[in-house]
Write a new protein. Structure first.
Length: 364
């Protein structure tokens, strides 16, 4: 990269979607997810080191657009992400994201990253991190309700890292389920797959129920009658005000775990509940300050909405992995200034800041 002084660079590392996909191919999906779980556990274990805030959301008629910041003493990170459930009807993904990682001492960016693929990876890894503490150790069957863009990542993470042997699938869009079945046949042919005709059918007999639906509505994907003693509910799809998946009657009878309570009370399943409804933040379990699952017949809920620290963990982990595998691209994002107070000089045709890579090559 093109250096000036004090570790400032005119170019920034760029991780594209193609590069992120290449990392998955080189490392393998399960090993990459395992490394991501470790990175998440490391950062959640130092929860108090981070300056945390609920994300900023702009809601529109068709969806939501969000900014998710987090920082520690060394780095600031943010993610932009949207959620537009009707987008697939227009040939556009419902979720798109990108983000950046900056040095805290100078504010200079060091990484600009795609986060659409990465968000799916980190969401699956976060689900596994929670389920390791909240699901019964002998869980072998998972219901997966909602078979869209996130579903393969959730399924393969639980298969590869938690020993799930049977999947029970349901989606109101049969084409989405057929798509998921094709991918599972190619990537996990050993797993028993049952296509179900309702959410109740899918949940019947499941140890873990993962809900990852997209509609921006207070839906009741799971009713209280569908939930059996000992189930772990991995509620992923509800992630903004007015968008939930669980019957509110489930929550008082369950042990509920969240990422960051101030955000989850606005966006999560617990938006149904009173402000003093008792929840446990996941970092407390990792720290040993609170128990996870305590009994085999306990109903546990991971009220997952997605939190900025998870994106920080994903970016730092994939950045290091991408450096190791040489898949990053240099992106000319910043001016190279001989005089850091002379920004106007960028306008001169002969300014090195107009093409710092060319200038560097000419003087090498």
């Amino acid at each position: 990269m093109t250096s000036t002084s004090n570790n400032y660079t005119a170019t920034v590392d760029f991780l594209s979607t193609d590069a992120a996909a290449e990392l998955v191919h080189r490392v393998g999906l399960t090993p990459l997810l395992a490394g991501l779980v470790t990175a998440l556990e490391e950062d959640f274990a130092r929860w108090q080191d981070f300056d945390k805030t609920a994300r900023l959301a702009q809601h529109t008629r068709d969806g939501v657009m969000e900014l998710m910041p987090v920082a520690d003493a060394d780095h600031f990170a943010f993610k932009y992400v949207n959620g537009h459930p009707k987008n697939p009807q227009r040939g556009i993904p419902s979720i798109m994201a990108f983000g950046a990682l900056m040095r805290a001492d100078t504010g200079a960016p060091v990484l600009l990253s795609e986060l659409t693929l990465t968000t799916a990876l980190r969401t699956a890894a976060t689900s596994v991190m929670a389920a390791k503490r909240l699901a019964r150790a002998n869980s072998r069957t998972m219901a997966l309700i909602g078979n869209g863009s996130q579903s393969e990542f959730q399924a393969l993470a639980f298969i590869g890292l938690l020993g799930i042997e049977a999947l029970r699938l349901f989606d109101i869009d049969r084409a989405a389920t057929d798509k998921l079945v094709r991918h599972l046949q190619a990537h996990a042919p050993q797993v028993q797959v049952t296509v179900c005709d309702s959410a109740a059918h899918a949940a019947d007999g499941a140890d873990i129920v993962t809900t990852v639906t997209a509609d921006k509505t207070n839906a009741t994907i799971l009713t209280r009658a569908m939930v059996q003693p000992g189930m772990h509910l991995n509620a992923v799809g509800g992630d903004c005000p007015g968008k939930t998946e669980l019957d509110a009657a489930i929550l008082p009878e369950a042990s509920v775990f969240v990422e960051f309570a101030p955000q989850s009370r606005i966006e999560g399943e617990i938006q149904h509940m009173a402000p003093d409804f008792a929840v446990t933040e996941l970092w407390q379990v990792l720290h040993g300050k609170a128990p996870g699952r305590q009994r085999d017949d306990e109903i546990t809920v991971f009220d997952s909405v997605g939190f900025a620290l998870e994106d920080y963990s994903a970016m730092r982990y994939l950045h290091a992995l991408a450096q190791k595998h040489g898949v990053l691209q240099p992106l000319l994002l910043l001016p190279q200034l001989a005089n850091p107070k002379d920004l106007f000089g960028v306008l001169h045709a002969d300014s090195p800041a107009r093409n710092p890579l060319k200038t560097t090559a000419a003087t090498a």
